[in-house]
Design a protein around this ligand. Structure first.
Ligand code: MN3
Length: 208
């Protein structure tokens, strides 16, 4: 028998921060059930099984992501680790109740983009211009706000950036509810369920 490895898992599946039906009709309970319970869970389980017994175990999720990001031999670990982290961050980027950026973030949004509507347009454009699977992000880099997109599992953590907000544009995020209409999904998410309170907290922490 192999030695028993009872070291704690590096990656965990956090419970959704709201009920599965809480984002309806923007995102259905059916989509959230598959997205969290199947897709996110699979990334978490796979990342843990890939690093079990290796010197990557026992590191923080962020350390695993940064360490494997530039090593093609570890792309399978990177992809699953980054997706585990991205999804945990994504759930917190959504809110069943309307939110607004707090003063410090709002001030920076106005200075950088001209206003919240302009920022939403940029996030929608980033999500639309991401060819195939990936993510749209509001990030902080060198003390400045920016909108970026990443392909597949790629994540701001791998680029020395601080994520403030994530929007998943993989088809599994919207196909059951919107079929191929990614733009309609993005627009509805941006207008109705973005958690600007979470982005505000992340902004204040990163600026300290
Ligand atoms: Mn996803």
């Amino acid at each position: 028998m192999p030695p028993l490895d009872d070291s704690p898992n590096t990656f965990e599946l956090p419970p959704l921060p709201f009920a599965e039906s809480a984002l309806e009709p923007t995102i259905s309970a059916r989509t959230l059930s598959f997205h969290h319970g199947k897709h996110h869970k699979a990334y978490v389980d796979k990342a843990n099984s890939l690093i079990k017994g290796t010197d990557r175990a026992g590191k923080t999720p962020e350390d695993v992501i940064r360490a494997t990001a530039k090593n093609p031999d570890e792309s399978e670990i990177f992809n699953n680790a980054a997706q585990a982290w991205n999804h945990a961050f994504y759930w917190r980027s959504l809110s069943p109740t309307a939110t607004k950026p707090e003063a410090a973030l709002m001030d920076a949004i106005e200075k950088t983009f001209g206003g919240l509507d302009q920022l939403k347009d940029k996030l929608r454009e980033a999500g639309m211009k991401q060819f195939g699977s990936g993510w749209a992000w509001l990030i902080l880099e060198n003390g400045k706000l920016a909108v970026t997109k990443t392909g597949n599992a790629d994540t701001p953590i791998a680029h020395g950036q601080t994520a403030l907000l994530a929007i998943d544009v993989w088809e599994h995020a919207y196909y059951l509810d919107y079929q191929n209409e990614r733009e309609k999904h993005l627009k509805t998410v941006l207008d109705k369920i973005v958690n600007w309170g979470f982005a505000s907290q992340n902004f204040v922490q990163a600026m300290m």
